[in-house]
Design a protein around this ligand. Structure first.
Ligand code: PEP
Ligand code: MN
Length: 289
């Protein structure tokens, strides 16, 4: 890594690559995030009903996902929108894990809810709106669960790294960074997918990096192209919204893939994932040789 990045991100030095620490691998159930395997986290924006969640879980598992996503506590921009089922949603996620073996990632919004969410989730998601809620970061870190840290929609790469450093400083090395799009002058799409952030984070940080093409654009017809771009930029995995009937979704239907669209996206990713594997194998040869 160029020394100028070390200087630039000196306040987040523990999450930067060093000679001793090139790559963090986060272990969840039998998965290794940040390792050789490409990880797909898929599922609905919100946990709605048992049928919605379980049918999605079974489908995505059969078509290549390893982790089920789904919000039980939802950070909604409108105070009148569906806020999530809370504990009932967590129980449905646990049932889906029991039936499918998929690991669970779900958002925690308040430090008061950390013990409860940590009891059900394999990975705690810190949402974009909470990336700089340092009390939440500290309490979530101390739960011991791996943390999926989503980039704030107005956060710089440096801000994201500093929040990751807060989690590490609270004794939790298992942080996964997530690029989910940022706000820019162009409001044509929901957000602007910052693919350079993925490439840069992979170069300078030892933490795994996940791309979220769904929130990055807000339009389901663009999600597969953004997913492929994320993989090409070096992402270790994807977080993608999938729903049995997106037009009837209680949140983020516009950007959710239906089952057939998910399958098509996964098929289109195959050559990109193969290239990623080749690049990783070449890197290993370089270090060994
Ligand atoms: C989500 O993953 O559904 C979500 C609310 O994401 P973000 O925090 O990135 O908006
Ligand atoms: Mn969503």
């Amino acid at each position: 890594m160029r020394p100028s990045w070390q200087e630039r991100f000196a306040e987040a030095s523990d999450v930067l690559k060093s000679e001793k620490h090139q790559q963090t691998v986060v272990r969840v159930l039998d998965l290794e995030i940040g390792g050789r395997d490409f990880i797909t986290m898929a599922g609905p924006c919100s946990v709605e009903t048992e049928h919605q969640l379980l049918s999605t879980a079974h489908h995505v598992r059969e078509h290549g996902a390893q982790i089920l996503r789904g919000g039980a506590f939802k950070p909604r921009s409108s105070p009148y929108a569906f806020q999530g089922h809370g504990l009932a949603g967590l129980k449905m996620l646990a049932q889906a894990r029991a039936e499918t073996g998929l690991a669970i990632v779900t958002e925690v919004m308040s430090e008061d809810d950390v013990p409860l969410v940590a009891e059900y989730a394999d990975i705690l998601q810190i949402g974009s709106r909470s990336m700089e809620n340092f009390t939440l970061l500290e309490v979530a870190a101390r739960s011991g669960r791996p943390i999926l840290l989503k980039r704030g929609m107005m956060a710089t790469i440096g801000d994201l790294l500093k929040s990751a450093q807060v989690v590490q400083a609270n004794g939790n090395p298992n942080v996964i960074l997530c690029e989910r799009g940022i706000r820019t002058f162009d409001a044509t799409l929901r957000n602007t997918f910052d693919v350079a952030a993925i490439a840069l984070l992979k170069q300078i940080s030892h933490l795994p990096v996940i791309a979220d093409p769904s929130h990055a654009c807000g339009r389901r017809e663009l999600v597969p192209a953004l997913a492929r771009t994320g993989v090409a930029a070096g992402a270790d995995g994807l977080l993608v919204e999938v729903h049995p009937d997106p037009d009837k979704a209680w949140s983020d239907g516009e950007q959710s893939l239906n089952f057939a669209e998910f399958d098509a996206m996964m098929a289109s990713l195959t050559p990109y994932i193969a290239l990623r594997e080749e690049a990783l194998a070449a890197q290993t040869l370089e270090t060994v040789g």
